[in-house]
Design a protein around this ligand. Structure first.
Ligand code: 1JT
Length: 254
């Protein structure tokens, strides 16, 4: 049991296909107790039903665009568990129209929203969690290859993920002295609820699946097990890193 007596907070479960849910299952299987957040009422029942399958879990509302809900969520988590050992941040958003066509046409509003929800929320959550991470801790966020190379249609989300990966490094530098590690997992494309709304997701999946060294797409469970490794003491020497979990796709040239 790699996560016995550890308390984790999981941000970003929408349904059972969510990357955040795969991370939660991998962590729960190693003995972690988990708190789950949901953004809004429409997601509450889904998250409560999933959390109910795990002993000792709790569910709390948290909308990162509303600071009061972030503070209230950490208050409630602190009251129930007294401390936090790890956080899985699996939150991103950009308006649909920003994820098609030309990046140059991104509106000020879409840019602001994508960066606030997808990147600022990591440092916002890290700051709120710090007082409860009294034994050190580990924070893991989710990125994507579009942070590093141009991926058609990923557009402003690529810019947000670049900010997220840089933020991972700056947070790791700040929090290292408190023995809090911060890392990103760069997942290959996965057919989740978020991805479902994206045009041509099917062709992106087959393109990547055919060209990756492992000749397939990555699964949410594989992202979950790497995340479990990063929140466990097995990875105690790793911080500020972006680890690709993409069946090797990112190493390929021609
Ligand atoms: C968001 C969405 C963040 C989809 C995301 C995402 N990170 C990865 N994906 C899947 C994806 C999306 C596109 C893509 C490749 C992968 C949708 C809601 C907002 C946040 O482009 C080729 C567009």
């Amino acid at each position: 049991m790699m996560l016995e007596n550890k308390i984790g907070v999981i941000f970003g479960v929408a349904n059972k296909r969510s990357i955040a849910w795969a991370c939660a299952q991998a962590c729960a299987a190693q003995g972690a107790k988990l708190a789950f957040t949901y953004q809004a009422d429409r997601l509450k029942e889904n998250v409560e039903d999933l959390a109910a399958t795990l002993d000792g879990s709790m569910v709390v509302q948290c909308d990162v665009s509303d600071q009061a809900t972030v503070d209230a969520a950490f208050d409630a988590i602190g009251k129930k568990y007294g401390k936090i050992d790890f956080i899985v941040h699996s939150i991103a958003f950009a308006p649909k129209e920003a994820l098609e066509g030309e990046y140059v046409a991104t509106s000020r509003e879409a840019f602001r929203t994508a960066l606030e929800i997808s990147a600022f929320s990591l440092s916002q959550i890290a700051l709120a969690a710090m007082p409860l991470m009294t034994d050190g801790g580990s924070i893991v966020t989710m990125s994507y290859y579009g942070a590093e190379k141009v991926v058609m249609n990923y557009n402003v989300m690529g810019v947000a993920k670049a900010a997220l990966e840089a933020s991972t490094r700056y947070l790791a530098a700040d929090l290292g002295a408190r023995n809090i590690r911060v890392n990103a997992v760069s997942a290959g494309p996965i057919n989740t609820l978020s991805a479902r709304g994206v045009k041509n997701m099917g062709s992106l999946l087959s393109y990547v699946g055919e060209r990756s060294p492992l000749k397939r797409n990555v699964t949410a469970a594989e992202v979950g097990s790497t995340t479990m490794f990063l929140v466990s003491d097995l990875s105690s020497g790793i911080t500020g890193e972006t680890i690709y979990v993409d069946c090797g796709y990112n190493i390929m040239g021609i």
